[in-house]
Design a binder for this molecule. Structure first.
Ligand SMILES: Cc1cc2nc3c(=O)[nH]c(=O)nc-3n(C[C@H](O)[C@H](O)[C@H](O)COP(=O)(O)OP(=O)(O)OC[C@H]3O[C@@H](n4cnc5c(N)ncnc54)[C@H](O)[C@@H]3O)c2cc1C
Length: 469
């Protein structure tokens, strides 16, 4: 055993939840340490999640534009040639810049980065085992579990990260598969499926439910499915993957209707298993400590405290959407609570974005949610086909939909399918954070010509007074 080191706060896991919590704690005068078993900081998000996927999504979108979209604008390019090695280098450089950025922020905020696998030996005490097998003991009043999540696996389907891959393998394929099966029509499956389809793969999506993007607005999902089909995606909805076998040089996947019936086989070079993620709590000593768990997740109260005094949890390892910004906001809120301030996360106003083309973005309630809750609501919709800027950029696919309470006009949800949706959604987030109404949004001046004018028009449409449709 090495020396004992004492802190105000020890965070286990350097993902967006953990590293942001440590930075905010340091800003508030606490001495913080972050334990991370990976060689770099930034967790799933920066290393094998949000950042590398967005680097490939952007690069592959440029490849597709160069091949198809630019001619209509009068920009004639020779058929583009894919240099996958350079595209992967762009992704790797982007990851490196981001993870190194977090290391710089740790230095700036005098946060100790402790490399190794940490576990909680007792309240107030974390043991860290380094790669060399040496152990360090860290002590602190508060310990934060921010160990995130891991890929959910399908029973009987072994992920080798070569031909049967998780999102991690799908971010580093050495060549473009001719045929790719994506199992799971959630955000990660559709984003990574989009990357490889743009680069030339024939993509077939197998989804257990009878719809894509579970949890998103039903109308958005239906329209988006049509857009993906136009792009060349094939869907087997209400189907499940039964098995994957090696056949010839490739793979043969057997899929079955979810409710029983005849199986079919689909050939592929690569199968991507993207059926979701599960909280990662292995080898943390939680059972011995008596930390309450629910379906694999750490149970916390609204101040992120577990049932064991001095032990807290944030991010993917607790309830709520598996999103980096949700984890970050929880990290900030917890650091502030520990400093005696009133840290808080508004779970009703957490945006979610699907970074496909077009993008999808949403915040708040869907129509299905409001129907289930028995809330009377009004709908205002505006299509991008009626937006001047969208026409000028040939990005007329999609629409904005605003849902407002019938009685109070308060905006309860916003849903966007369209180019730049992930940026536009934030005006609805700010509006909802301040309890704003459709009228507030409708009376807010929007620059012309912008895609965002569709937000204003959809808000006007809530009271049937949109100008441009
Ligand atoms: C392909 C992909 C794309 C994604 N895209 C987006 C996106 O665009 N937007 C978005 O909001 N979210 C996205 N996500 C989800 C996002 O990555 C997660 O929600 C986010 O990373 C959760 O943050 P976290 O801090 O809770 O945990 P994580 O980022 O998972 O970090 C946890 C860290 O804890 C470490 N750890 C675990 N156990 C120990 C231990 N015992 N000792 C030491 N260290 C330990 C792990 O090594 C890891 O680095 C994506 C995820 C994937 C897989």
């Amino acid at each position: 055993m090495g020396a004992h080191l004492t802190y105000d706060l020890i965070v286990i896991g350097a993902g967006p939840g953990g590293y942001v919590c440590a930075i905010r704690a340091a800003q508030l005068g606490m001495k913080a340490a972050v334990v991370e078993k990976r060689k770099t900081l930034g967790g799933t998000c920066l290393n094998i999640g949000c950042i590398p996927s967005k680097a490939l999504l952007y690069a592959s979108e440029m490849f597709e534009e160069a091949g198809h979209g630019l001619g209509a604008l009068g920009v004639v390019v020779a058929p583009p040639k894919l240099d996958l090695g350079s595209m992967m280098k762009h992704k790797d450089d982007t990851v490196a810049a981001n993870v190194n950025g977090v290391a710089f922020l740790f230095k700036k905020n005098k946060i100790d980065w402790v490399t190794g696998e940490g576990w909680i030996a007792a309240p107030g005490k974390v043991v860290v085992k380094g790669e060399d097998g040496n152990e360090k003991i860290l002590e602190a009043k508060a310990i934060v579990i921010a160990t995130g999540s891991d890929v959910a696996r399908l029973p009987g389907v072994e992920i080798d990260e070569k031909t049967v891959v998780s999102s991690t393998g799908a971010l580093s394929l050495p060549e473009v598969p001719k045929k790719l099966i994506v199992v799971g029509a959630g955000v990660i499956g559709l984003e990574l499926g989009s990357v490889w389809r743009r680069l030339g793969a024939e993509v077939t999506v197998v989804e257990f439910l009878d719809r894509i993007l579970p949890g998103m607005d039903g109308e958005v999902a239906k329209q988006f499915q049509r857009m993906l089909e136009k792009q060349g995606f094939a869907f087997h909805l209400a189907h499940k993957l039964a098995k994957v076998e090696k056949a010839g040089g490739g793979l043969k996947a057997t899929i079955e209707p979810a409710t029983g019936g005849d199986a079919k086989t689909v050939d592929a070079d690569v199968v991507l298993v993207a059926i979701g993620r599960r909280a990662y709590t292995e080898n943390l000593g939680l059972e011995a400590l008596g930390v309450a768990m629910d379906r694999g997740m750490v149970v916390v109260d609204k101040h992120f405290a577990t049932n064991v005094p001095g032990v807290y949890a944030i991010g993917d390892v607790i309830r709520g959407p598996l999103l980096a910004h949700k984890a970050e906001d929880e990290g900030v809120a917890l650091a502030e609570i520990l400093a005696g301030q009133a840290g808080h996360v508004n779970y009703d106003a957490i945006p979610s974005v699907v970074y496909t083309s077009p993008e999808i973005a949403a915040v708040g309630k869907t129509e299905d949610d409001l129907k289930a809750d028995g809330v009377a609501y009004k709908v205002g919709k505006f299509p991008f086909t009626a937006n001047g800027r969208a026409r000028a950029m040939r990005h007329t696919e999609g629409f904005v939909k605003i849902l407002a309470d019938t009685a109070t006009d308060r905006v309860l949800g916003a849903h966007i399918v369209g180019f730049g949706a992930g940026e536009m959604i934030h005006e609805a987030v700010v509006l909802m954070e301040f309890g704003g109404s459709a009228e507030d949004l409708a009376r807010t001046c929007h620059a012309h010509p912008t895609m965002s004018e569709a937000m204003k028009e959809a808000a006007l449409a809530v009271d049937k007074r949109a100008i441009h449709v």
